[in-house]
Design a protein around this ligand. Structure first.
Ligand code: UT7
Length: 384
C-alpha cells in the first residue's frame, strides 16, 4: 500500500489579536475565568475571507514541498465556514493557485474537517487515484459566532494552515493509521442555528446565528472520543504510547487535552500547545499547531505524531503519522496577507452591531417571511 506523507506545510494567521480583556469589555466574563477554565488567553480575528487565508497558507505549503500548484491532483478545503455552498470553496482555491489539473472538494466535519480531509486524500493516494494533494484546515468562525453568548464567544478564533501530501518514500512513513468516528446521537448539543439550508429562504440572514452548546457534555464526549481513537490507531499500528514523539491534538480546552494525554499515557511535555494564543480554531487547530511544531523544531526527523480531534457532529478521530527525514522546508513563498487596518475588537464590535441591526430573527427561529414554518432538525430538539 502506498502511504501518504506530509511533504509541505504552511500556515496563515490573521494578525488581529482579541484578548480575554477585550471580550470582557462587552461580555460578563474575565481573563481569570477564561484562562482557568479553558487555558485560552487570546485568539485571532480575520479581516479577510477564508479563501485568502488558504491561498497564503497553500502557497507556503507548496513552496515548502517545492511542488508546483499545477502538479497537484487534489485540493481539499476542510472547514465548516465555507464561503459558498455552491460552488464549493476548494474550486476557488484551485483557481487562485492555478492548480489546473486538480480535483477540488470541501470537507465539513466541523473541527475535525482537516483530519477527515487528510484521511480522504491519503486514501486516494493509497489506491493510486491521485499522487499529490493539498489539504487545508481553515476556519473563519468570527462572522457566525454567537458573540453575546459568553458560553461560546470566549472559546473560538480564526486561522488557517495547509499541508501537501505525496506518496511516502518508505513503508514505515506517512499516515500509518487513522480512525474516524461520530457520536451522532449527540449532534444537537453543538449546533449553529441560522447557518445552513434548513434556515435558508426562511427570512433568517446569514450571520443571525444562535448556538446550541452544551459545554460540559461536549467536554465529556470529546475526552471519550479522542481517547478511544488515539488508543485505536496506536494498537492498529502496533505502537506504544512511549513511541509517540509528539501529540498535536485538537485544542478546544486545555483541560480536555490534559485528560486525553493522561488517558493515552503520554506526558504533557510531549503535547504541543497553541490553545493559549489561538483558542479553538475548529478545522484550523491541528494543522496550525502542526506547522508551529515544525517551525519550533519540536518535530525530529522520523517523528511519530499522534493527532486526536473532535468536533460538532459529534465527530471524532485520531491520526498516527510518521514524518520522513526532512522536517525543514525546501523553499519559501513570497506571499503575504493585505494589512489589517482595524483592531480585533473593532471588527468584533462591527459584527455585533450588524447582527443587532438585522434584528434577532434567529432568536426563536420563527421566520418573519414564513412565520408558520416549523422545521424539525434531525437529532435536535425540534425547535425552529
Ligand atoms: O470543538 C468543539 C467545541 N466545544 C468545546 O470545546 C466545549 C467543551 N467544553 C468546555 O470547554 C467547557 O465545558 C466550557 C469552557 C465551555 C465551560 O467550562 P466549565 O468548567 O464546564 O464551566 P460551566 O459550564 O460548568 O460553568 C461554570 C460557571 C457557571 O456559573 P455558575 O452556574 O457556577 O454560577 C457559568 O455560568 O461559569 C459560568 N460561566 C462563565 N463565567 C465567566 C460560563 N461561561 C463563562 C464565561 N465567563 N465565559
Amino acid at each position: 500500500m502506498t502511504r501518504a506523507a506530509i511533504t509541505g506545510w504552511g500556515k496563515c494567521m490573521p494578525p488581529a489579536v482579541l484578548s480575554n480583556h477585550d471580550l470582557a469589555t462587552f461580555l460578563d466574563t474575565d481573563d481569570a475565568w477564561i484562562a482557568q477554565r479553558t487555558g485560552i488567553r487570546e485568539r485571532r480575528i480575520t479581516h479577510v475571507l477564508g479563501s485568502e487565508l488558504s491561498y497564503v497558507a497553500a502557497r507556503r505549503a507548496l513552496a515548502c514541498a517545492a511542488l508546483a500548484a499545477s502538479d497537484l491532483d487534489l485540493v481539499v478545503y476542510g472547514s465548516c465556514s465555507a464561503e459558498e455552498a455552491v460552488p464549493n470553496t476548494a474550486s476557488g482555491l484551485q483557481y487562485k493557485l492555478g492548480a489546473w489539473r486538480a480535483g477540488a472538494m470541501d470537507v465539513n466535519t466541523a473541527c475535525t474537517s482537516f483530519l477527515y480531509g487528510l484521511s480522504s486524500a491519503a486514501g486516494m493516494i493509497a489506491t493510486g487515484t491521485i499522487r499529490s494533494a493539498l489539504v487545508v484546515g481553515v476556519e473563519t468562525i468570527s462572522p457566525f459566532l454567537d458573540w453575546d453568548n459568553r458560553g461560546v464567544a470566549v472559546l473560538f478564533g480564526d486561522g488557517c494552515a495547509a499541508v501537501v501530501l505525496q506518496a511516502a518514500e518508505h513503508d514505515d512513513e506517512g499516515l500509518l493509521a487513522d480512525k474516524l468516528g461520530c457520536y451522532a446521537d449527540s449532534r444537537q448539543i453543538l449546533r449553529v442555528r441560522g447557518h445552513g439550508t434548513t434556515y435558508g429562504n426562511r427570512g433568517i440572514s446569514y450571520g443571525d446565528t444562535l448556538w446550541d452548546f452544551d459545554g460540559q457534555e461536549i467536554f465529556k464526549r470529546a475526552v471519550h472520543g479522542m481517547s478511544e481513537a488515539a488508543a485505536d490507531v496506536l494498537v492498529r499500528a502496533g505502537r506504544a504510547p512511549a513511541d509517540v514523539h509528539l501529540v498535536v491534538p485538537h485544542q478546544a480546552n486545555l483541560r480536555i487535552i490534559e485528560f486525553v494525554a493522561k488517558r493515552a499515557g503520554i506526558p504533557m511535555d510531549r503535547v504541543f500547545l497553541t490553545v493559549h494564543k489561538y483558542g479553538n480554531m475548529s478545522a484550523a487547530t491541528v494543522p496550525v499547531a502542526l506547522v508551529e511544531a515544525l517551525e519550533a523544531g519540536a518535530v525530529p526527523p522520523r517523528a511519530l505524531m499522534l493527532m486526536p480531534a473532535f468536533g460538532a457532529g459529534l465527530t471524532w478521530c485520531a491520526h498516527l503519522l510518521r514524518f520522513g527525514e526532512r522536517v525543514t522546508p525546501l523553499d519559501a513563498a513570497d506571499v503575504e496577507l493585505p494589512p489589517c487596518e482595524r483592531t480585533a475588537l473593532q471588527m468584533v464590535n462591527e459584527l455585533r452591531a450588524r447582527k443587532e441591526t438585522r434584528g434577532r430573527s434567529a432568536a426563536g427561529l420563527v421566520s418573519p417571511v414564513f412565520p408558520e414554518t416549523q422545521v424539525v432538525l434531525a437529532g435536535g430538539t425540534g425547535v425552529a
